[in-house]
Design a protein around this ligand. Structure first.
Ligand SMILES: *[C@@H]1O[C@H](CO)[C@@H](O)[C@H](O)[C@H]1NC(C)=O
Ligand SMILES: *[C@@H]1O[C@H](CO)[C@@H](O)[C@H](O)[C@H]1NC(C)=O
Ligand SMILES: *[C@@H]1O[C@H](CO)[C@@H](O)[C@H](O)[C@H]1NC(C)=O
Ligand SMILES: *[C@@H]1O[C@H](CO)[C@@H](O)[C@H](O)[C@H]1NC(C)=O
Ligand SMILES: *[C@@H]1O[C@H](CO)[C@@H](O)[C@H](O)[C@H]1NC(C)=O
Ligand SMILES: *[C@@H]1O[C@H](CO)[C@@H](O)[C@H](O)[C@H]1NC(C)=O
Ligand SMILES: *[C@@H]1O[C@H](CO)[C@@H](O)[C@H](O)[C@H]1NC(C)=O
Ligand SMILES: *[C@@H]1O[C@H](CO)[C@@H](O)[C@H](O)[C@H]1NC(C)=O
Length: 215
């Protein structure tokens, strides 16, 4: 190994160390609703689901003012965990939120009706309920393949599609296995998925979508 190569690999190693320490110091966002209050917490560790008092103790939490925007168009760069006990709260907190890593925990034993929750940019999902052990799902797209095939993405690879996932909320009632199905190059969600109640929300654009159904 030449002198320069050694230097380069040392630099690469240091870079990795810096990246991993940044990742480790990143707090999780935990949002839950309790006694008609919405609490937004920053936690440095994974708190056992639905343990509200532990969350208030271990995390740095503040009450979300009713006027603060929730859900729609909010974007999270880190991991997001939501504890909820009914679909309307779930919808209020995460419908149309942009997040890569999401964990949803149903607190309580109420059975949920089938409704659809839209999540943007989702890559990894964990769901959990009292009636069901935690399940997780990783969603890939064809750009993933391209990136893995070629370490240096070209300009074309960067023109990725807009990724939208629809989660059927009845999964929390304890289905045996969480499944997902993705369709790429969808130009019209209304035409491809006429049964999804989202036609008024996702207007026709020239964008191409990757649509993932989680059920
Ligand atoms: C991480 O969470 C802890 C409390 O759990 C808090 O004291 C700290 O300020 C948070 N750090 C960041 C970067 O948000
Ligand atoms: C509520 O909104 C205000 C102003 O937009 C912001 O400073 C505050 O952090 C928000 N609170 C929460 C809990 O997100
Ligand atoms: C929760 O707090 C984070 C940062 O502390 C903020 O980015 C996010 O918008 C907040 N979410 C809600 C629903 O208030
Ligand atoms: C975020 O979640 C993913 C998948 O669950 C996990 O691999 C990763 O370590 C988490 N990141 C942080 C900062 O906790
Ligand atoms: C999310 O929003 C869509 C469109 O407004 C609505 O049809 C759907 O019921 C909402 N989902 C939940 C779980 O609230
Ligand atoms: C697909 O995967 C690539 C590489 O992992 C990522 O950069 C891109 O954001 C993903 N595209 C969508 C639409 O999720
Ligand atoms: C989506 O469209 C791109 C570009 O037109 C094409 O390369 C790709 O094969 C298509 N993917 C699928 C699954 O049809
Ligand atoms: C879609 O693209 C066509 C031609 O490129 C353009 O004329 C039209 O205005 C675009 N429509 C939208 C909604 O962006």
């Amino acid at each position: 190994m030449s002198f320069y190569n050694q230097h380069l690999s040392l630099l690469g190693f240091l870079g990795l160390c810096i990246i991993s320490s940044l990742v480790l110091s990143q707090n999780h966002t935990l949002i839950f609703s309790k006694d008609n209050n919405i609490r937004n917490c920053s936690c440095s560790s994974d708190i056992h689901s639905c343990d509200y008092s532990l969350a208030n103790l271990e995390c740095s939490c503040k009450t979300v003012h009713p006027k603060n925007k929730t859900g729609s168009r909010l974007s999270y760069s880190g991991n997001l965990t939501i504890w909820f006990s009914d679909t309307s709260t779930l919808g209020k907190l995460v419908n149309f939120t942009f997040v890569h890593n999401l964990k949803l925990s149903l607190c309580g034993t109420t059975a949920l009706p089938t409704e659809y929750l839209a999540i943007l940019g989702l890559r990894h999902l964990r769901v959990q309920a009292e009636a069901m052990a935690e399940q997780s799902l990783t969603i890939y797209n064809s750009s993933d393949q391209k990136v893995r095939d070629r370490p240096f993405p070209t300009f074309r690879d960067k023109q990725t599609q807009f990724h939208i996932s629809f989660l059927d909320t009845s999964v929390f009632n304890g289905l045996p296995l969480l499944k997902s199905y993705s369709v790429e190059n969808v130009s019209s969600i209304l035409e491809h998925f006429p049964n999804l109640p989202f036609s008024s929300v996702i207007s026709a654009t020239n964008k191409s979508y990757i649509v993932t159904l989680i059920y």
